[in-house]
Design a protein around this ligand. Structure first.
Ligand code: ITT
Length: 197
């Protein structure tokens, strides 16, 4: 069986491949299939995940799995949330997460110490079939933010996120440790449970 992984984000692709690996399904990345990046016009993680999976399934005629995710910060009323990738973009549209993490820290400083540093990651995974069916699953992981960034593992905002009950940032953890507790792993667990019923 073949599954299109409808993401252009290499960090996500690496993690999704690792989650899917035990199931013996061949994964095809959106970049290797030269799929376009649909405009993310949705107002929720699930809505954006669904439109990405639907577009890929329609274009390829294969089942497609997409991921829409982001970091929501309590003190910033949930920002950057669904705009997490956009916070990293400069005027030319290039992504720099060093810059995004700095922006987060500036916003936290401006909010003041009483606003706290609590945050969570959300991941919506959508599975779309060529026949029009779609199913979506969501996972979250709660923690707090540190600065400066620590660790070179993972991707995106991982170097500033410390999950509850742990000392290391996601950026300092081995991939296996992140997979044991991440928002993406939790959403994937829901998906597997749904497939099994
Ligand atoms: P696709 O739409 O092609 O999948 P994208 O990077 O544009 O790729 P999103 O719109 O979902 O994807 O952006 C989510 C951003 O949130 C992503 O670029 C990361 O910076 C951040 N993010 C999501 N999951 C993360 C994780 O596990 N660790 C760190 N940052 C994460």
């Amino acid at each position: 069986p073949k599954l299109v992984i409808a993401t252009h984000n290499e960090g996500k692709l690496r993690e999704i491949r690792a989650l899917v690996a035990p199931f013996g399904i061949e994964c095809l990345g959106a970049a290797e299939l030269d799929l376009p990046e649909p405009e993310e016009t949705g107002t929720s993680f699930v809505a954006n995940a669904e439109l990405k999976a639907r577009a890929a399934a329609d274009l390829t005629g294969l089942p497609a799995l997409s991921d829409d995710s982001g970091l929501s910060i309590d003190a910033l009323n949930g920002d950057p949330g669904i705009h997490s990738a956009r916070w990293a973009e400069d005027e030319a549209g290039n992504r720099d997460f060093g810059r995004a993490m700095q922006k987060v820290e500036q916003a936290l400083q401006a909010a003041g110490p009483e606003a706290g540093r609590d945050a969570h990651f959300t991941c919506a995974l959508s599975l779309a079939w060529p026949d029009g069916r779609t199913e979506s699953f969501e996972g979250k992981v709660f923690g707090h933010l540190v600065y400066p960034p620590r660790g070179a593992n993972g991707f995106g905002y991982d170097p500033i996120f410390v999950p509850h009950g742990h000392e290391k940032t996601f950026g300092e953890m081995e991939p296996e440790a992140k997979h044991a507790m991440s928002h993406r792993a939790k959403a994937f667990e829901q998906l597997v449970q749904w497939l099994a019923t």
